[in-house]
Design a protein around this ligand. Structure first.
Ligand code: FES
Length: 153
């Protein structure tokens, strides 16, 4: 695909890139914008490590083509929270020491933020469903669920 100028709105800032529109969003976020919150895990949409919000919905940025999100509001882990404060989900993950290696945590947090944006009072089943397609190789699911519960308190 031939490169063209594409505008992205990332964490409230506009950026323009001359790039093929089938370039994965994750590549632009990490390689061009230096945003290391979203991680490259599987590159196949399977693990969730690369999740970001697009218009408030959690998506897997390794499989989203940049042309599909032109001028849409993209929020990465770095763009969560406001006025210099962490998002309550981020704060809860720190307080509950939910991370071990930390590689999956970006996706877990983004998935929970998306859940809370559409449901401020999720049930345990809602939380488990939101996190169900996010893989944690360290097996810190107990701490992650505790952090999720803390975030909705
Ligand atoms: Fe995108 Fe695994 S890196 S889902």
């Amino acid at each position: 695909m031939r490169p063209r100028s594409i505008s992205l709105d990332v964490n409230g800032c506009s950026h323009a890139f001359v790039v093929a529109e089938d370039t994965p969003l994750l590549y632009i976020l990490r390689n061009d914008l230096g945003l290391n919150g979203p991680k490259f895990g599987c590159g196949l949409g399977e693990c969730g490590a690369c999740a970001v919000l697009v218009e408030g919905r959690a998506v897997r940025s390794c499989t989203v083509k940049i042309g599909a999100v032109e001028n849409k509001a993209i929020t990465t882990l770095e763009g969560l929270g406001a006025a210099g404060k962490l998002h309550p989900v981020q704060q809860a993950f720190i307080e509950m020491q939910a991370a071990q290696c930390g590689y999956c945590i970006n996706g877990m947090i983004v998935a929970l933020v998306a859940l809370l944006e559409r449901n401020a009072n999720p049930t345990e089943a809602d939380i488990r469903k939101a996190l169900s397609r996010h893989l944690c190789r360290c097996g810190t699911h107990v701490e992650i669920l505790a952090a999720a519960r803390r975030a909705v308190e």
